[in-house]
Design a protein around this ligand. Structure first.
Ligand code: SAM
Length: 239
C-alpha cells in the first residue's frame, strides 16, 4: 500500500477532478439521497480529496469538516463552508461522540487497515449518528481476483460482502448498487496513470477479460477506447 501514500496523491491532485466519475452529479445525488430525510449539525468527510462530494453536501446540509492524508488534494478545495484538516483516517483527531454524520467515498481500497478506520469512524460518531459510505466494487464478488488483476494497481478492491462485514459495528444498514455507465478507460488511465507502458498493459488486460466480466460490465471495445460500467456499493448505517 506504500505506493498509494501522500506522495501518490500529491501527484494526482491537480488532475484529479478530470477523471469523469469524480464530479458525476447523478452519482453524487444518488449517494446523498440516501440521507435526504435527515439534517445534521456536525458533519465529517473522511478522505475528502478535492471536495467533489463535499461541495454538494454543503449545499444540501451546510458546513462540514473534511480530513485527508494529502495536503495537495485538500489544497484544491475552494469552499468557505468546508474546514479541511490534514490527518490520517486510521487515527482521527477528534473526541469520541463528536459527529452526527460521517461519510466516505472511494477511500478504503487505499487503506492499510479498513477495519481500524471503521472503528475510528464508529468512535467519533455520536450515538444514533449516521455513517454514509460509497465504494467501487467488482461487478460481482465472485470475480474479485480478476478485477484486482484487471485494475493493475496491486491493491484489493473490497467486495460487497467484505464491506457488509466491516459494517457489522453499525445498526440499521441500508444499501444500494449504483452503476456508472459507459466509463472510458482512456479517460481513467490518462488522469490516474502516468506511466505509458503501464497504461498499455492495463488496456491489454482489459482485452483479455473473461466473458463473465464483459457481460456484467457492459464491456465495449471501440477503435481507440474501451467503455465499461463501474459498480459502486453505497451503504448507510447508524451507531
Ligand atoms: C479516490 S480519492 C477519493 C476522494 C474523495 N473522497 C472523492 O470521492 O472524490 C481517495 C482519497 O483518499 C485519501 N486517502 C488515502 N489514504 C488515506 C488515509 N490513510 N487517511 C486519509 N485520507 C486518505 C487520498 O489522499 C485521496 O484524497
Amino acid at each position: 500500500m506504500k505506493n498509494y501514500s501522500e506522495s501518490y496523491w500529491s501527484k494526482r491532485a491537480k488532475k484529479y477532478d478530470e477523471t469523469s466519475w469524480v464530479k458525476n452529479e447523478s452519482f453524487i445525488e444518488t449517494f446523498l439521497d440516501m440521507i435526504s430525510d435527515k439534517s445534521f449539525s456536525n458533519i465529517l468527510e473522511v478522505g475528502i480529496g478535492t471536495g467533489a462530494v463535499a461541495n454538494i453536501m454543503t449545499s444540501r446540509k451546510g458546513a462540514l469538516t473534511g480530513i485527508d492524508i494529502s495536503k495537495e488534494m485538500i489544497d484544491q478545495i475552494k469552499n468557505d463552508k468546508i474546514t479541511p484538516i490534514v490527518a490520517n483516517a486510521h487515527d482521527l483527531p477528534f473526541e469520541e461522540n463528536t459527529f452526527e454524520l460521517i461519510y466516505m467515498r472511494n477511500v478504503i481500497h487505499y487503506l492499510e487497515k479498513p477495519e481500524k478506520v471503521f472503528s475510528e469512524i464508529h468512535r467519533c460518531l455520536k450515538p444514533g449518528g449516521t455513517y454514509l459510505f460509497s465504494q467501487v466494487v467488482p461487478p460481482n464478488d465472485n470475480i474479485s481476483s480478476e478485477y484486482d488483476w484487471l485494475i493493475g494497481r496491486n491493491i484489493h478492491y473490497p467486495t460487497k460482502n467484505e464491506i457488509l462485514e466491516l459494517f457489522s459495528l453499525f445498526k440499521k444498514i441500508n444499501h444500494n448498487d449504483f452503476l456508472l455507465e459507459n466509463q472510458s478507460i482512456n479517460n481513467w488511465l490518462e488522469n490516474t496513470c502516468q506511466n505509458e507502458e503501464k497504461r498499455k498493459e492495463i488496456i491489454d488486460r482489459h482485452r483479455k477479460t473473461s466473458e463473465e466480466y464483459r457481460l456484467m460490465a457492459n464491456y465495449r471495445d471501440v477503435t481507440d477506447d474501451i467503455f465499461v460500467s463501474i459498480r459502486h456499493f453505497m451503504v448507510s448505517g447508524e451507531k
